[in-house]
Design a protein around this ligand. Sequence first.
Ligand code: 5GP
Length: 206
Amino acid sequence: MDYPGNLFVIAAPSGAGKSSLVKALLAQDARLQLSVSHTTRAPRGQEQNGREYYFISPAAFDAMVQADAFVEWAHVHNHRYGTSRQAIADKILAGADIVLEIDYQGAMQIKKLFPAAVTIFILPPSWDELKARLEKRGEDSGEVIALRLKNAAQEVAQAPNFDFVIINDLFERALADLQLVTNVQRLRYPAQRRVRPDTFQALRLP
Ligand code: 5GP
């Protein structure tokens, strides 16, 4: 296959609302499939192994790194997170459109490996709002929130390196923007040709 499914890489500082947006995007678009990452952090709240993440020990993570099992991985907030080859290989071959919900370091690694990947950065409307959202989530200790806020400054500074920037002020507006980006990507010549090969052949297009 000369052009596999579209790859959408979505990054944001924690608290920008990325997970809720991605969840809503996936619920409304059956062609999108989420890549499930591996992490060394412990599950939070209702999270389930194999659904939000594969929760593994640092030793198991090391073993996967040694075995070259990750397409990308990074240290984020004192833990390690990675996208396994397995998480995307089958889906890419099946021609699915894949969503990677990862940090900016992972996003840049993916863009290098797959230049056709579309990178999207989600910004909060302000620092105050970001802090308020992190505190409201109530899932993390004060110490964890402070670390995430400190890291957020570094994360937000990466926005200029992304293809698209979406400001999550109003949730519905941000979701519509996200849908717009995924749909626009699907109208690109190679993406259309992959989905509608008969039409292109009939029109004698390369
Ligand atoms: P959380 O612990 O809040 O679920 O995630 C923390 C950060 O790690 C988020 O920015 C999340 O997108 C990122 N992350 C999740 N999975 C991966 C991954 O596979 N690779 C990388 N590089 N970052 C990830």
